[in-house]
Design a binder for this molecule. Structure first.
Ligand SMILES: *Cc1c(COP(=O)(O)O)cnc(C)c1O
Length: 396
């Protein structure tokens, strides 16, 4: 019998949810097998028809992958979860499984670059209309939803300018219009934000970031009601965007320390954001935990005490200053990634929004002098020292 962990905290669920029983191996085994064999044809048929528990083929289900889905489902407090080969596979498979020709989506301008590209390049081809709202204009979002729509897609905090969307407010407008709400919770993680509790119908994740936490596995998930998750899962069975069991294992292993990692990253990012806000080489700092952030009150109300490990800032001196600054950091990977245990730094023009043209980046309000900083779990004093040294020399 499964222990009921529904009342447990996020840290406890990260360790115990979806795990094997209390006997046998203490860790989820990696079942690296494409197919599952049966000696008895009747049993095989019953499993294939879903009348009996078991696995047939790993594009459909796999025990290691199923354990990960159980764990993330518990973390998000959802009824069901399905995994995917990457975060973008989770986003695209989920949306294509729920939408069709003639449907209308309301979203924000600041979605992740890949998601934005999905909306701009691939949705129009199949006749799905998308309305892009100013991320900070809750009134405009409500107005567009009020005109009638089938699905509202938000991300909060956003990548890379850390804007915040009021999930409760968007959800109440969406539900009045009969639309589903999908929230990308990659930046906050379930440690800092539980969108389903705020009225979102579904939550999507890039597990390649904080959930896995070690920058060694790609993966994605959707969590929500059985009916919608089932549709996304079924679509994935056919598109074949299944998560590999070894990647599932790496993400499961990373998830055990989710809470300790994220809480430390939250504290580090907060301290660094405060430090940089007063720095002479820095023009502006974007972090929802700062009282100066325009949506700080919304963030405070809907987040759970921490504001995430990612911050961004613009340098005085434009993109030239960024090019001088980045190579001078010693304690950061210059890479198109975030949410890892090591600090990772990048410029949106080369990372999250590389798919987006310079013109569209400007239209999206992403300055060329922006630096995205994903705080690792290093000692924060060392990170601040590294930033100061790199900023000092870059302004000379
Ligand atoms: C990285 C990211 C994605 C895409 O995830 P992949 O695993 O790289 O496909 C989606 N949303 C957000 C917010 C991200 O940061």
């Amino acid at each position: 019998m499964k222990d009921d962990l529904s009342d447990a905290g996020v840290g406890t669920k990260a360790l115990w949810a979806g795990e094997p029983g209390r006997e046998g191996p203490t860790q989820v085994p990696i079942v690296q097998s494409v197919a599952f064999a049966y000696g008895n044809v009747e049993e095989w048929t019953e499993v294939a028809l879903g009348k009996r528990k078991g696995h047939i083929y790993s594009r459909n289900t796999n025990p290691t992958v199923a354990a990960l889905e159980e764990k993330v489902k518990a973390l998000e407090g959802a009824e069901a979860a399905s995994s995917f080969a990457s975060g973008m596979a989770a986003v695209s498979n989920t949306l294509f499984s729920l939408l069709g020709h003639g449907d209308r989506v309301v979203t924000i301008k600041d979605t992740y670059g890949g998601t934005n590209q999905l909306f701009r390049e691939f949705f129009p081809r199949v006749g799905i209309k998308v309305e892009f709202c100013d991320t900070e204009d809750a009134g405009q979002i409500e107005k567009e939803i009020g005109k009638g729509c089938d699905l509202v897609y938000v991300e909060t905090p956003t990548n890379p300018t850390l804007k915040v969307v009021d999930i409760r407010r968007v959800a109440s407008a969406a539900h009045a219009a009969g639309a589903l709400v999908v929230t990308d919770n990659t930046f906050a993680t379930p440690v800092n934000q539980l969108p389903l509790g705020l009225g979102s119908d579904l939550v999507v994740h890039s597990a390649s970031k904080f959930l896995g936490g070690h920058a060694d596995a790609l993966g994605g998930l959707v969590c929500g009601p059985k009916r919608e998750v089932r549709k996304a899962f079924h679509y994935r069975e056919i598109t074949g965007a299944a998560l590999d069991p070894f990647a599932a294992y790496l993400i499961l292993r990373g998830l055990k320390t989710l809470q300790v990692r994220v809480e430390k990253q939250d504290r580090g990012a907060m301290e660094i954001a405060g430090h940089l806000e007063g720095h002479p080489a820095v023009e502006k700092v974007f972090y929802p935990g700062l009282p100066s952030h325009p949506q700080h009150e919304v963030a405070k109300a809907q987040m759970r005490g921490g504001y995430g490990g990612v911050l961004s800032f613009t340098l005085k001196g434009g993109f030239r200053a960024v090019k001088r600054f980045l190579p001078r950091l010693r304690l950061a990977h210059r890479a198109a990634n975030l949410g890892a245990v090591e600090t990772t730094v990048g410029s949106p023009a080369t990372t999250s929004h590389v798919e987006v043209s310079a013109k569209d980046r400007a239209a999206m309000g992403i300055p060329e002098a922006l630096v995205r900083y994903s705080t690792g779990i290093e000692d924060v004093d060392d990170l601040i020292g590294d930033l100061d040294r790199a900023l000092g020399s870059s302004s000379r």
